[in-house]
Design a protein around this ligand. Structure first.
Ligand code: PRX
Length: 631
């Protein structure tokens, strides 16, 4: 067995050889002619000349050897249902969905927007798109009409796949009215809407546009839709994510590079085998759901669990009962979920047999040491932090235990993963920081490895200007995270360099929330900052200047306005973006030239020292904030 250090060096120094070997982990219709075309940096084209299909690798490929084994296990503690699909059954369902999409007019290269709760049909829809070469654009079910409308306008989907409702904490959450409103708001109008009727809430159908999955499925029960062989560089999907500027970006991913990257990660990072069971507690609306609920485990021939429900309902043992029942080998979650469980009776963790678990991987936000220690003690399995982004699609930093067992260091997601030429860069000089324990921007030297974003959907220029042009004097990919590296190569992530916040592992742009709040007629100006929170990691807090503050000294009036502002965010962006508090102030802290002192505001909101304030226009502005958060 090779050492990880060697494996890593090979991936950087003999890049093409390394990835040519990894490419053998997937099935190609035509093998690639060239491993990496980087003639037009920073645009990397992986496995040029090869043709393949993600759905083939995730489903069809396994039929001969393990057709009757479990592929998809859909569990809902909301509707009290459990349904397991073998690879053969999944194959049939995906073809029914593919035939239905084709019947609704979807063609290769078209976009299909998926706005769905965590039900098996969402997986069918994603895989069906991959099968026919259409791009899926999954929008998280917690987003509301405004967010959905802007994504509809950017992706211009031919068809939307949705459902009557999701469910949370036993209460139905209607999706259809939000979708109708989003389509009304959007300039682009999808030709058709395919709806899964779960019977949770009544649904009004628009004649000519809306179609029921149950009806189309019946029409296509015996459908045989072969996989479309796609060039490796053919886009497989887009997934929107937030950055500093208002409009979310459509992260566009390829086909062949993504298949290879995921297959390699299943082997080297997760040390996974066919027939094992993967349980990622994320949502298909996020990147973890794409890579490690749907594609990664299925490509590896594993069963994957899709879970709709809370970690604490019917009780805090529910996840571990699933681990016991389905003999889960690999579990993937987020630190916030662990912190939620930590507040419950610890006996829930010893009630079930979790001895099948090889490890618990956690990602999406910083994993604090007490949380890691607690879950490690309770479960008695390795806890593996991993750091990555929607943009990269798979881990940048973690332990690559499939190659060599590496020691965990709590507080650190580990070392640079093979394929990623990670550097720490001084943000002012653009120089690489090579000494241990220096703080810099975590950056990746191009080309990004296979599986990472190809570009921003419809906007190559934005891909270059957003990600590759922020470090002075060089073209290098910025993660927008601060980090340090110790003498042994372990990295520590120290938070974002931009205005992105991370609430319970959900990535949100503060500017988007500000735009939504500013649309309230009585808000003149607002600043939203992320404030440290012991449960969610961070929460959003808004500081708003009302146009008319008359009567706002009165508690009830203030609460009413705060409630209105929150409702506006709920309605436009979704409850996931709702600030925890909206404080009303007479002025925001700014420099004399009118620049908002965001870092100072955040520091004071976290009751920290705001640092040097000599450029501040009006010190009273921060004084007000201090008084308000001190309350
Ligand atoms: O700031 C980093 C944080 O989450 C961002 C990426 O979020 P998203 O695009 O939603 O992708 C999540 C994929 C797991 C990063 O820029 N982040 C993610 N993982 C970690 C993390 N921060 C610290 N430790 C992590 N393990």
């Amino acid at each position: 067995m090779t050492s990880y250090a060697n494996f890593y060096r090979q991936s950087i120094d003999q890049r093409d050889n390394f990835w040519a070997t990894q490419a053998r982990l997937v099935e190609w219709q035509t093998p690639p002619e060239q491993v990496c075309d980087y003639s037009n940096p920073p645009f990397a084209r992986w496995f040029v000349g090869g043709t393949t299909n993600l759905c083939h690798n995730a489903v069809d490929r396994h039929l001969a050897e393990r057709g009757e084994q479990a592929a998809l296990i859909a569990i809902s503690t909301e509707t009290d249902t459990e349904r397991s699909y073998s690879f053969r059954e999944l194959h049939a369902e995906v073809q029914r969905m593919a035939a239905s999409l084709l019947a609704l007019g979807v063609k290769k290269g078209d976009r299909v927007l998926v706005y769905m709760p965590m039900v098996a049909e969402a997986a069918f829809a994603m895989l069906a798109c991959a099968r026919i070469g259409a791009l899926h654009t999954v929008v998280f079910g917690g987003f509301a009409s405004g967010s959905l409308a802007s994504r509809i306008d950017d992706a211009e989907p031919v068809v939307v796949v949705s459902a009557d409702a999701g469910s949370r904490g036993g209460k139905a959450v209607a999706y259809k009215p939000l979708l109708d409103e989003a389509i009304r708001l959007a300039q682009h109008k999808p030709k058709a809407v395919l709806l899964v009727d779960r019977g949770l809430v009544p649904m009004e159908l628009e004649a000519g546009r809306d179609h029921l999955w149950s009806a189309l499925r019946t029409q296509h029960l015996d459908a045989q839709v072969p996989c479309e062989w796609l060039p490796s560089t053919h886009p497989s999907y887009t997934l929107y994510t937030s950055g500093t500027t208002g409009k979310p970006k459509g992260v566009q991913r390829d086909t062949g590079g993504y298949a290879v990257a995921l297959a390699a990660s299943m082997k080297h990072i997760f040390d996974a085998r066919p027939g094992q069971t993967f349980f990622a507690t994320s949502d298909i609306g996020w990147v973890v759901g794409h890579s490690y609920i749907i594609y990664g485990p299925l490509i590896a021939g594993m069963a994957t669990i899709m879970y709709e429900g809370l970690p604490t309902r019917p009780d805090a043992g529910v996840w571990w009962s699933i681990v016991e029942k389905y003999k889960v080998t690999h579990m993937f979650s987020a630190p916030t979920a662990v912190r939620v469980l930590k507040k419950q009776d610890p006996s829930w963790l010893t009630k079930y047999d979790v001895s099948t678990l090889k490890a618990l991987w956690l990602a999406g936000e910083p994993l604090d040491e007490p949380t890691a220690q607690w879950i490690s003690d309770a479960l008695q399995v390795p806890i593996i932090d991993n750091y990555w982004q929607t943009e990269t699609g798979w881990p940048i930093l973690t332990l690559t235990n499939g190659i060599e067992q590496q020691a965990t260091r709590f507080g650190s997601p580990g070392k640079a993963v093979y394929g990623y030429n990670v550097k720490l860069i001084d943000e002012v000089t653009g120089q690489e920081l090579t000494e241990p324990n220096q703080k810099g921007v975590v950056a990746i030297e191009g080309p990004l490895p296979p599986g990472c974003m190809q570009t921003v959907w419809g906007d190559d220029e934005r891909f270059v200007s957003t990600y590759w042009s922020t470090i002075p004097g060089r073209q290098i990919y910025s993660t927008f995270d601060w980090g340090i590296r110790d003498a042994d190569g372990y990295y520590f992530i120290l938070g974002r360099t931009d205005d992105v916040i991370n609430v319970a592992g959900h990535r949100l742009g503060t500017r988007e929330i500000e735009e939504s709040i500013s649309s309230h007629p009585n808000i003149a100006e607002v600043a939203v900052v992320g404030v440290a929170d012991s449960l969610k990691g961070q929460v959003a807090m808004a500081f708003a200047v009302p146009r008319d503050a008359t009567g706002l000294e009165n508690d009830a009036a203030r609460l009413k306005l705060e409630g209105e502002v929150m409702k506006r965010v709920d309605g436009q962006l979704g409850a996931v973006a709702r600030p925890a508090r909206v404080f009303f102030v007479t002025a925001l802290p700014k420099t004399r030239s009118g620049k908002l002192l965001r870092r100072a505001l955040q520091a004071v909101a976290e009751r920290r020292d705001p640092g040097d304030l000599t450029t501040m226009e009006d010190p009273a502005a921060l004084q007000q904030v201090r008084a308000l958060v001190g309350e």
